[in-house]
Design a binder for this molecule. Structure first.
Ligand SMILES: [Zn+2]
Length: 118
């Protein structure tokens, strides 16, 4: 499968995830999708990412979730993790290549695996 086809699959899955969040009453904002190679390398050097990030290919999204009062769910409260995981549980049903960063501590990261990278 070509990268183009995977990017289309990823975008289709993201649309479904955003609709699911809305229907579940979860306030969500799209943060970063595409990242330059230079930014990925800088993140890796700073220890906050990997140089082969799927963001460089446009196959990952970082989402910000908010409570209805506007509080950003930064992952420090159990309800935060539960809410990110609720989206992840749905995300993982959409495509066998979908992965969730919560598996390695990055709650906001939802991706479609490519070349062995999640
Ligand atoms: Zn990410």
């Amino acid at each position: 499968m070509s990268l183009r086809e995977k990017r289309i699959r990823f975008t289709r899955n993201l649309g479904r995830l955003l609709l699911y969040a809305e229907l579940a009453g979860i306030c969500v904002a799209v943060d970063e999708v595409k990242r330059s190679k230079a930014q990925a390398q800088a993140n890796a050097a700073a220890g906050v990412g990997i140089k082969d990030s799927l963001h460089v290919l446009g196959l990952a999204v970082d989402l910000d979730l908010y409570e209805s009062n506007g509080r950003w769910m930064d992952g420090k409260l159990p309800i935060d993790r539960d809410t990110y995981k609720k989206l992840a549980d749905y995300w993982l049903t959409l495509d066998p290549d979908n992965a969730w960063g919560g598996s390695w501590g990055d709650l906001r990261h939802y991706s479609l695996s490519h070349g062995g990278v999640r």
